[in-house]
Design a protein around this ligand. Structure first.
Ligand SMILES: *Cc1c(COP(=O)(O)O)cnc(C)c1O
Length: 385
């Protein structure tokens, strides 16, 4: 389905670390963080060992605690909802905009108003059960830049500002993306990236937090490192922390990938353009939509939508017979078994998310695909349809 784009630069960078005794908390993490600060123009970048860890620390920095409500969407990778649950807070879902799969702004605006009002108006947005004993309060909006396309962050800020809500940007799929000329990651108060091998850059496992908030950054740095505040010795722990540190081997890989970032992004753009050319006019297939505010799409995956009524599982099975792996994308978060059990969600609760979830098909995608490989996938798809 996907493959990292690695060169001798990366291999040598990792090998060099193995010639030193410093395998954690050394020069490489510093250099990796500096690369992100410079690329984004961010005041702070904090390397961690996964995108999920990055999101979890942002939730803690936003002072989200037990029973609080966080507005988010169910059309995402599960981590964006799970980090809210890690803090014993309640993810409050709104549906997504059908073209982009990003948070639906009209619904978000209504939900923010209703949740502030409380009572029956608020209940319309809350899950059927699993709310806990404490009366909730909306604390933050956690929006996802789905598939490498930024959400409408100016509109989200307009909603958040009057109520003092924190904005957490899950930009784990959007390194390099731009919204109205501004880079993804700094569009909210706290932004996150993930470096699993299918992402735009990889460190094997890894993540990064970016922010301009001094206080939040200082807290997240401490929480990443077992709760050691500035001035604490190795065995002093001001906070309940975590081991979310990124090791030097991974960081060195990240530094090398960041040096090649523009090349990596361009290759992915080229592969997406090959797909677009070949699939644009294929009946039964919708190609990805790019909003006018997206001044640069950062291609994370290439997800087509099959027309309603096409048997997706059948298409996937016949493509597999032709040596083409594909995946349904995403399975809605609210319908995952643990979410149904805890909050009482059922099919029909978020119809747009469910429709996209039923019709979306991720095609093989990476920056190292050749035009012949894209041809092969598209020819197989044409035959099968
Ligand atoms: C990849 C991803 C993450 C982070 O995943 P990790 O595997 O923990 O690095 C978070 N949110 C979204 C939307 C993602 O796609």
């Amino acid at each position: 389905m996907s493959s990292p784009d690695l060169s001798d630069l990366e291999r040598q960078a990792v090998m060099q670390v193995l010639h030193t005794p410093n395998l954690s908390m050394g020069e490489q993490i510093e250099a990796f963080e500096a690369a992100f600060r410079h690329y984004l123009g961010a005041k702070h970048a904090i390397g961690v060992n996964s995108g999920t860890a990055a999101l979890h620390l942002c939730v803690l920095a936003a002072s989200i605690t037990s029973g609080d409500w966080v507005l988010t969407t169910p059309f995402s990778f599960v981590a964006s909802t799970n980090v809210v649950l890690y803090a014993n807070a309640i993810p409050v879902f709104v549906d997504v905009e059908p073209r982009t799969g990003n948070m639906d702004l009209a619904q978000a605006a209504q939900a923010v108003r209703d949740l502030a009002e409380g009572g029956a108006a608020a209940r319309r947005w809350l899950p059927r059960r699993g709310l806990g004993r404490r009366k909730g309060q909306l604390k933050a909006i956690l929006a996802i830049d789905v598939f490498g396309q930024p959400a409408d962050w100016d509109a989200l800020r307009t909603l958040a500002a009057p109520l003092g809500l924190k904005l957490i940007e899950d930009s784990c799929e959007a390194l390099g993306a731009e919204y109205k000329g501004r880079k993804a990651g700094l569009l909210g108060d706290y932004g996150t990236f993930g470096f699993y091998p299918n992402k735009q850059i990889t460190t094997g496992e890894g993540g990064m937090i970016v922010t301009n908030d001094d206080e939040g950054a200082s807290l997240m740095r401490a929480l990443r490192n077992q709760g050691r505040a500035p001035g604490d010795t190795w065995l002093q722990h001001t906070y309940l922390g975590y081991n979310y540190r990124l090791d030097e081997l991974s960081a060195a890989l990240g530094v090398a990938q960041m040096q090649r970032l523009e090349q990596l992004l361009r290759r992915r753009e080229q592969v997406a353009a090959w797909y677009n050319q070949r699939l644009r006019d294929l009946p039964g297939v919708e190609i990805p939509y790019i909003a006018p505010e997206t001044t640069r799409m950062s291609w994370f995956v290439y997800v087509i939508r099959l027309a309603p009524g096409i048997d997706r599982a059948g298409v996937a099975a016949r493509l597999a017979e032709r040596g083409v792996p594909v995946r349904p994308y995403f399975l809605p978060i609210h319908l995952q078994p643990y979410m149904r059990a805890r909050f009482g969600y059922r099919p029909g609760d978020f119809p747009v998310t469910e429709d996209l979830g039923e019709r979306g098909l991720a095609l093989p995608f990476s920056g190292i695909m050749s035009e012949e490989q894209v041809d092969h996938v598209c020819r197989a798809l044409r035959q099968v349809l």
